[in-house]
Design a protein around this ligand. Structure first.
Ligand SMILES: [Zn+2]
Length: 155
């Protein structure tokens, strides 16, 4: 039976191998997408995959289950903060490093917060205190459920 490689989101790392049938099931459930296909071969509506790439959420889940740690992601910060700016509460689509990277701040769950563009721009390369801004939230490591795909809550 043909084995199909499962790759991480991004496709740089082989996480394991599954049967072709299992891989097609993953495509059908939209938990993975084709990374590399066998040219000219199809399985129903799908190209026959040589390798599939997990969608980012499942990669996160995979790492979490293997290591107990939730890998940082920008999208995860926005989801944790419900896309609301940590400084003014308005709608946010950027992520701010509370202690700026230039001052040794890490890209981590506790040093990053959702921020609207005007606040992010105003704060620039300063700490909140230096910028005269108040952080309204206390950033923390989210749960897997908080950053999970909001559209897949159907049972
Ligand atoms: Zn703001």
């Amino acid at each position: 039976m043909t084995q199909v490689a499962i790759l991480n989101a991004g496709g740089q790392q082989v996480l394991g191998f599954v049967t072709l049938r299992h891989a097609i099931g993953m495509l059908y459930r939209q938990v993975a997408r084709v990374h590399e296909a066998v040219p000219g071969e199809t399985f129903g509506p799908y190209p026959v995959p040589r390798s599939v790439e997990l969608v980012r959420y499942l990669y996160t889940k995979w790492i979490y289950e293997a290591t107990g740690k939730l890998p940082y992601s920008r999208e995860g910060v926005l989801r944790r903060d419900r896309r609301l700016c940590g400084y003014c509460g308005r709608s946010a689509d950027t992520v701010d490093h509370i202690l700026p990277r230039s001052k040794g701040g890490k890209t981590s769950w506790v040093n990053c917060v959702a921020a609207c563009w005007p606040c992010n721009n105003r704060k620039a390369d300063n700490t909140p205190t230096q910028a005269g801004m108040v952080l309204l939230v206390k950033p923390r490591v989210p749960t897997l459920q908080e950053i999970g795909p909001s559209l897949r809550r159907r049972k």
